[in-house]
Write a protein that binds this ligand. Structure first.
Ligand SMILES: *Cc1c(COP(=O)(O)O)cnc(C)c1O
Ligand SMILES: [Zn+2]
Length: 381
């Protein structure tokens, strides 16, 4: 399959990582028919640019779509796509699985990524599964808690001193020279893997809106391409309105979108509790801007306070997500208040990653002390 630049349109016959113009490339639009099969990889077999290798799978994808009680209060029909149940507790596994399938097929002995969070853990886990070396490049500031979740898989974790933004591009260059396949945030195979989220949603319902926590833009691009391919295949008759959600303290895409710009600019001094979506210079930012314009999407920012409130609301419904993954619900509240989402609309919010990964950010609530002799009294109140 051919790759095409998302911005300038230049075409490539071999699996390059990015276009010569610096922008991300993506596989040509596929249209075809699904099959009957057990996993999303089987049912949509022809829609992937590389054969998904079941030997390398850890059981990613086919996540539950849960009807939310919050919908009633908000006057809509709300569904939560629970990506926290993936093998390393975030949707990143879908993309890592396809990218690893490609790397193994091409004979790579080592893979890598630039990340401190969910993607690092995901690549480390799938590399372990495939018997490949994993080179995980993290920033100097990466916390102990996060490094533990990566090194447990036996990955080679390297703290890099210097500009973290530049590391993305340096890793692609060096990886090519040294035979390490880097599957960074918007790697073309990774983005393809994310299409499965749209395929699975469409198998169950026809949403009017889909809320997507957005950082590098890989997830947004994957979900957009998934729905676009379903539409091109005649499998759905309309594409939902896609909503990119960013944290107020790091919102380079929404800022450029509101200002009507075609290019994003670096967001200086980013600050948010939602670290998984804290990329100040998203490598697919311009591609997401273009999609938002072409597809009539929305871009919404939410504050840390709104994020924490949404995280608590979801937990009280039994779903414990990390702050980045609660942004969709925080945005939804704003969109309903400003009437940008109409009453009765069918909405899906993507719960991108699990809360256990960010325990350090939480306070303990509602814990009482009780002597054993008074347990009877304590239980009554
Ligand atoms: C990576 C990530 C995102 C954002 O995905 P991008 O592809 O970088 O836009 C959102 N939520 C969680 C939990 C993530 O790990
Ligand atoms: Zn280009």
């Amino acid at each position: 399959m051919k790759l095409r630049c998302t911005i300038c349109g230049r075409e490539y016959d071999k699996p390059v990582q990015r276009c010569e113009c610096g922008e991300p490339v993506e596989f040509e639009l596929f249209h075809g028919e699904p099959y009957i099969g057990k996993t999303v990889w089987e049912r949509f077999y022809d829609f992937w640019p590389v054969e998904p290798d079941p030997e390398l799978s850890l059981g990613e994808g086919d996540t539950p779509l849960v009807k939310s009680k919050l919908g009633k209060e908000l006057g809509i029909r709300l569904y939560l796509k629970n990506e926290t149940v993936n093998p390393t507790w975030s949707f990143k596994d879908r993309g890592t699985f396809l990218a690893i399938s490609h790397a193994v097929r091409e004979g790579y002995k080592a893979v890598g990524t630039v990340s401190t969070g969910n993607m690092a853990a995901s690549v480390a886990a799938y590399a372990a599964r495939a018997g490949l070396k994993a080179k995980i490049l993290v920033s100097e500031k990466a916390s102990k808690e996060k490094l533990k979740a990566v090194s447990v898989y036996g990955a080679d974790v390297i703290r890099v001193k210097g500009d973290y933004g530049r590391l993305y591009f340096e890793s692609l260059k060096l990886g090519e020279r040294l035979g390490v396949y880097f599957m960074n945030s918007d790697n073309p195979f990774r983005v393809e893997g994310y299409k499965g989220i749209s395929f699975e949603i469409a198998e169950e319902i026809t949403p009017d809106y889909v809320l997507i926590p957005t950082s590098s833009g890989g997830l947004f691009r994957g979900v957009a391409k998934g729905f676009t391919e379903l539409f091109a295949s005649g499998l759905i008759d309309r594409i939902p309105t896609l909503v990119a959600v960013q944290a107020e303290g790091c919102s380079p895409i929404c800022r450029a979108f509101e200002e009507g710009k075609e290019r994003i600019e670096r967001f200086e001094s980013p600050k948010t509790i939602a670290h998984a979506i804290e990329n100040p210079h998203p490598p697919s930012g311009n591609a997401v801007l273009k999609l938002l314009r072409e597809m009539g999407g929305l871009c919404v920012t939410v504050s840390d306070e709104e994020i924490m409130k949404a995280q608590a609301e979801l937990a009280r419904e039994g779903l414990f997500v990390q702050p980045a993954s609660a942004t969709g619900i925080a945005a939804l509240r704003k969109l309903r208040e400003s009437r940008r989402i109409e009453e009765g609309a069918k909405v899906v919010s993507i719960l991108s990653g699990a809360g256990l990964k960010t325990l350090g950010q939480l306070d303990i609530r509602d814990v009482r002390e009780c002597p054993l002799e008074k347990l009877d009294e304590c239980l009554k109140t």
